[in-house]
Write a protein that binds this ligand. Structure first.
Ligand SMILES: [Zn+2]
Length: 449
């Protein structure tokens, strides 16, 4: 029997009550390694899918494992049984597992992965595609919705920009307890390793960001630019409880991958994500809660409402936009309600060109050079000083100095989602192909008891 390359996609094993697809992946990888069933050719991938899909669980993260193995059937049996037994099937999880055998990922699966980043895909479409390939097997539990993410995870190989996350896991008996993490250790990690790790600590609101709060097996996760830095930062957490172990994932977190697709206003549908270059067509207003609403139009003159929410910290910027300004916006599309049409929820704002704006003021008296007083609409102006009247006088336009500057504005970390690219990463964007073909596994990518 010859060694086969296997691509194992898993999604939707978790629910709001805990459990977690990355933990299932961690356990499966451990089993494969301990029983020498295969050799991994890449880090396990943690793929965050379109975050604007309304029926996601906590993070909408799917996993793909890539390995060479002589034990195809044993692995398929183990993965499917493990997912079935350990998913939160009784509380809303609808897992899907997809397994592709073969050297390369078919273009159709890659395209499915690209779409899953910004669009809404149906289970029917996922099944239809999976059935086209004799080398794809799939398994559905619950309503099987997870097949979409499982297939998309296989298709998303992250040859472009990517980051890493080292996730450590608690022992089963500790999963309901609170995580004891010393904030000073997290601050220390942040200071020592930034910008090569990110989203560890929110210095504005004094909050630890590395640990979740729910009853799930994740103890904490450190995100960063390479596997070495995230593992060494994880070591510095020094947890007070004994942990089960950790694993390093390669991920699209922090890459804005969901916003890479340019959308025409004509094709925009609820829950899509993407970006558009457009013009402001209605000046911003500040609404209750401090949110800013305005309208944008595309080249065809079609216009859509756009919103910048208060927690993003860029409402002051948005409120300075004026009709005619050209912007590039990254957004998720909020569905229409009985009260309003669809709204573009802005995830980043890049001001490309500022329109010259004018203020209107009364003309100046030719004699005394003082600003004249209006006599009423279309009745001209009179100088209060010398009494000079100009019955046909018009208001004059004065070019305004804009306070807004051209440039990129992105939300503050507290409104970041998993996929949001932090500001410092705009300089760190990387391409895997430029470095090595597939990530080379570093020796300490996984550890367990
Ligand atoms: Zn005068």
């Amino acid at each position: 029997m010859s060694s086969k390359l296997m691509h194992v996609g898993i999604d939707d094993t978790d629910s709001l009550n805990g459990r977690c697809t990355t933990h299932i992946a961690y356990k499966i990888v451990n089993h494969i390694l301990q029983n020498r069933l295969g050799e991994f050719v890449d880090y396990p991938l943690l793929i965050r899918l379109n975050p604007n899909v309304p029926w996601k669980t906590r993070g909408n993260g799917a996993v793909c494992l890539r390995l060479k193995s002589d034990n195809y059937t044993r692995i398929v049996d183990y993965v499917t049984k493990y997912v079935e037994i350990n998913s939160a099937l009784d509380s809303g999880a609808n897992p899907g597992v997809a397994i592709l055998a073969g050297k390369s990922v078919p273009e159709m699966i890659q395209e499915f992965g690209r779409r899953a980043m910004y669009d809404i895909l149906s289970l029917e479409k996922a099944k239809k595609i999976a059935r086209k390939f004799v080398n794809i097997e799939y398994f559905l539990y619950g309503n099987g919705q997870g097949l979409i993410g499982a297939l998309a995870a296989i298709g998303t190989q992250l040859w472009g920009d990517h980051t890493f996350e080292a996730i450590s896991y608690r022992l089963v008996e500790n999963c309901n307890g609170t995580r004891k993490i010393d904030p000073s250790n997290v601050i220390c990690i942040s200071n020592k390793t930034y910008p090569n790790t990110f989203n560890n600590y929110d210095f504005t609101h004094n909050r630890v960001l590395v640990a979740p709060h729910g009853p799930d097996p994740v103890f904490c996760g450190i995100r960063g630019e390479n596997p070495e830095i995230v593992v060494s930062a994880l070591d510095m957490i020094k947890p007070e409880e004994e942990l089960d172990g950790y694993m390093v994932f390669r991920s699209n977190q922090g890459t804005n991958m969901h916003l890479l697709n340019e959308l025409d206003f004509g094709e925009i549908k609820p829950h899509m994500s993407g970006f558009s270059v457009c013009r402001i067509s209605k000046n911003p207003t500040i609404i209750h809660g401090g949110h800013v609403i305005f309208e944008v139009e595309d080249d065809c003159g079609e216009s859509i409402a756009a919103a910048v929410y208060e927690p993003t910290g860029i409402t002051n910027i948005a409120s300075m936009l004026r009709i005619g300004d050209t912007v590039e916006i990254g957004f998720g599309v909020r569905d229409a309600t009985s009260k309003h049409q669809i709204v573009l929820n802005i995830e980043y704002l890049s001001v490309i060109r500022l329109e010259q704006t004018f203020s209107l003021s009364n003309p100046v008296c030719e004699g005394c050079k003082r600003r004249m007083k209006s006599e009423g609409k279309n009745k001209g102006f009179q100088c209060e000083s010398c009494g000079y009247r100009n019955r046909t006088g018009q208001k004059i336009r004065i070019a305004e100095e804009r306070d807004l500057k051209v440039g990129l504005y992105i939300p503050s970390p507290r409104s970041h989602r998993h996929l949001t690219k932090p500001s410092h990463r705009y300089d760190l964007t990387k391409s895997l192909l430029a470095n090595v073909p597939r990530a080379k596994l570093n020796g300490s990518w996984i550890s367990s008891l």
